[in-house]
Design a protein around this ligand. Structure first.
Ligand SMILES: *Cc1c(COP(=O)(O)O)cnc(C)c1O
Length: 379
């Protein structure tokens, strides 16, 4: 019996235990408290932002960001079609409609040219997207040098979905520092975790205050529970914030560990014609997930063949996200497509990338991949 190797298991240990127990013993077992405040300050600093609001999930933070930027029914919001459903779901919560835009073949991130086409097309009838949600896919920052000037020109508000990208930088600027607001996730499979949680980041004090207010049931600051707005229960627990503070201490080590895995995969596949690593030429990415893209006509095998081989060896892999425009729930949505996201979905595979994967497990993965590549061709 071998133990199952997961794609991106949580990486928690003694430091997390210490912080968690300390928070528990402090008596602050509530969705507020000193660990939340400290965690917000530390994340804001790490991301180069003036304000941070800790939330119960990244999805909640996306919802708050969209609402406070005034996005609602009748609005269009541009979303890269290759993303996790949370990005698009948050748009739906507001009553706005997502427009799914295709992606760059090298990075899987929002294609700036297609986004520009959408803006031009809408401007012909005097319209524009109310907002765009660039996603830093698998930890690689979107192409902000191209996107931000376009957003300025067309008057489109930017919310950075940096759920997968904490610790990455783009031309020296941290992920989470782009747009009117940015969102992080601390879900169990992300680069660091609070078991579940998220963060809204902004340089705009009013926006951050409004998000904090809406995230605590929109309670007025009086004793008798006075409410002027519909609110939400979106705050992060103090215990989980303590866990997050411990994880943040270890973030750079965890990123370094993921980079070792990525470099190992790059070496493994270097001699295989027809396999490339998705967006892996970025030295400033956090390497959250390392994914390959297979050209089966050149390799003689498919991504699914490799997945089956690794599954048989108790090693987890995942296809890339199924594009949003192919999801039944979003059928009929507006789209600007090139076919790239669908091809990446059909030929891509994410490989085990977690920092908690031990050395012996790394060797097992690399041996299994090498064994697959060395096997006699089946055709
Ligand atoms: C994980 C993720 C989210 C949602 O975060 P949760 O904390 O799970 O709600 C949003 N967008 C992207 C791109 C993600 O990967």
């Amino acid at each position: 019996m071998t133990d199952q190797i997961s794609l991106s298991p949580p990486d928690v240990g003694a430091l997390e235990e210490t912080y968690l127990v300390e928070a528990l013993r402090s008596g602050w077992v509530a969705p507020t408290g000193p660990a939340v405040t400290a965690f917000e300050r530390e994340i804001a600093e790490r991301c180069g932002r003036a304000h941070a609001v800790a939330t119960s999930s990244g999805t909640a933070a996306l919802h708050l960001a969209l609402m406070t930027l005034g996005v609602g029914p009748g609005d269009l919001v541009a979303v890269p079609t290759l993303t996790f459903a949370a990005t698009a779901n948050a748009v739906s919560y507001t009553g706005a409609e997502a427009v799914f835009v295709d992606v760059d073949p090298n990075t899987g991130n929002l294609d700036p040219e297609l986004f520009a086409n959408l803006c031009t097309e809408l401007s012909r009838t005097g319209r524009r997207p109310a907002a765009v949600l660039p996603v830093d896919l698998y930890g690689r920052c979107a192409d902000y040098d191209e996107l931000l000037p376009l957003c300025d020109r067309y008057g489109v508000q930017v919310i950075e979905d940096a759920a997968e990208a904490l610790g990455s930088t783009y031309r020296g600027r941290p992920a989470g520092s782009f747009g009117r607001a940015a969102v992080l996730s601390f879900n169990g499979n992300k680069i660091m975790t609070t078991s579940g949680g998220g963060m809204l980041l902004s340089d705009d004090q009013d926006l951050a205050d409004r998000c904090r207010y809406l995230s605590t049931q929109a309670r007025q600051p009086v004793a008798h529970y006075e409410h002027l707005d519909v609110g939400y229960n979106y705050r992060l627990s103090n215990l989980l914030a303590a866990l997050g503070r411990a994880q943040l201490h270890r973030l750079d080590d965890m990123i370094a560990r993921r980079r070792i895995l990525r470099d190992g995969y790059a070496k493994l596949f270097a001699a295989t014609d027809g396999v490339r690593l998705l967006g892996a030429d970025d030295p400033d990415a956090n390497c959250w997930l390392t994914s390959i893209v297979v050209d089966p006509y050149r390799t003689g095998w498919t991504a699914a063949d490799l997945a089956a081989h690794l599954t048989a060896a108790d090693i987890e892999t995942r296809p890339l996200f199924k594009p949003m425009h192919l999801q039944p729930v979003f059928s009929g949505a507006h789209t600007v497509l090139s076919g790239v996201a669908q091809r990446l979905f059909e030929h891509g595979l994410s490989l085990p990338s977690g920092s908690a994967i031990r050395d012996v497990q790394v060797h097992r993965i690399f041996d299994a991949v090498a064994g697959f590549l060395a096997r006699p061709a089946s055709r």
